[in-house]
Design a binder for this molecule. Structure first.
Ligand SMILES: [Zn+2]
Length: 359
């Protein structure tokens, strides 16, 4: 255990390289810049067993991993279901902590964008299984809800859409299903929303009013303005309907996560070129008043999958800690404008995720 703590401190300080860091050599911000006050906690160590979850888990594997976490945590990680997919699969919710500040992470709304799911499962282990004074403090400050693999029907088909062969209209693929991440429109009465996965997340939002919502996706392969390869992108709400206070809070969240992903994970991060449509979760939960963020992991080659999972994992851990100690809300929102714009697609990169505005 002690080596893990030492490793975490060194990793946090940027003193030893992580796999992928050589590819993504990026100057790390100081710890002080990252957290404002608190040193990064040893919970940043990924303590999950290596056989807990694969990179592209089936819904059944997700269910087994979460059950294992619930048991290993002596119930500190609680499991629930927020609804059912069109094929009747459970839409799984895992919760850790009991503090007043509520956080909501959503993974894999697009079934062919899996890596947020193993990152979330490992974060739930790291935050929920150890029972140190730090963990008890964190749990007293925040309640973290994770909708793990929000599109299980799409996951089993490795497809973007949900499974609804009768889907029609905007943001539907006839014979296939709906794009779940276009059906969070808070202006649409929930009972008129044709997408059960979106309805379930919306209803959960209204039941819990999370202060923070982060939605984890994947994108194709792109270059930074400086020519390095982008490994992740992020974006806050851009809908003109989002209240300015929520946009400012979202930009603070973006800055915090940018620092965690670049400084701790060694990621190359750009601003995602997303649209203003209010049905996109990033916009919808900003309109409703949450600090809302989209995180997009690039679809990198197999040898960098672990690096990508770790990027999302560190985003999840740093957000939870920043919400718990308040440092999240002291980040400078103006720094969001300094996140570089995403550059062109990587020449020759074959990816099913190379789509304009695919979030
Ligand atoms: Zn997506």
């Amino acid at each position: 255990m002690r080596w893990k703590i030492a490793t975490a401190v060194l990793l946090a300080a940027g003193l030893i390289a992580t796999p992928g860091a050589a590819q993504a050599a990026h100057p790390a911000p100081s710890l002080t810049a990252l957290t404002n006050t608190a040193p990064i906690n040893t919970a940043l160590t990924d303590t999950a067993p290596t056989d807990l979850i694969s990179a592209r888990p089936s819904p059944a594997e997700v269910g087994r991993a979460l059950a294992r976490i619930a048991k290993a945590s002596d119930g500190r990680v609680r499991l629930g279901v927020i609804g059912r997919s069109n094929e009747g699969r459970p839409l799984r919710l895992a919760t850790v902590g009991h503090g007043r500040t509520r956080l909501l992470y959503v993974t894999q709304q697009h079934g062919d964008e899996p890596l947020g799911t193993p990152a979330a499962v490992r974060a739930l282990w790291a935050l929920g299984v150890p029972n140190t004074p730090w963990h008890r403090w964190l749990g007293s400050q925040v309640t973290l809800d994770v909708v793990v693999q929000a599109n299980p029907d799409g996951a089993v088909r490795n497809q973007r859409f949900n499974h609804d062969p009768g889907a029609s209209g905007d943001y539907a693929e006839p014979g296939v299903g709906y794009d779940i991440n276009r059906f969070h429109n808070p202006l649409t009465p929930i009972e008129d929303n044709p997408v059960p996965e979106s309805r379930a997340v919306l209803r959960h939002w209204h039941a819990t009013h999370p202060r923070v919502v982060i939605d984890y996706h994947m994108q194709g392969r792109y270059l930074q303005p400086d020519g390095r390869e982008t490994t992740a992108s992020l974006l806050w709400p851009t809908s003109p309907l989002a209240p300015s206070a929520a946009v400012t809070a979202s930009r603070r969240l973006a800055v915090r996560d940018y620092d965690a992903m670049t400084g701790l994970a060694g990621a190359n991060v750009t601003r995602y070129p997303g649209g203003d449509y209010e049905g996109i979760a990033r916009n919808a939960y900003g309109i409703l008043g949450s600090a809302s963020l989209l995180v997009e992991l690039s679809d990198l080659p197999a040898e960098q999958v672990e690096f990508q999972i770790r990027t999302a994992y560190l985003s999840m851990i740093a957000t939870a800690q920043g919400a718990a100690d308040g440092s999240l809300w002291r980040a400078d929102p103006a720094r969001a404008d300094t996140v570089p714009e995403r550059g062109p697609a990587l020449p020759g990169a074959a990816s099913t995720l190379l789509r304009a505005d695919a979030a």
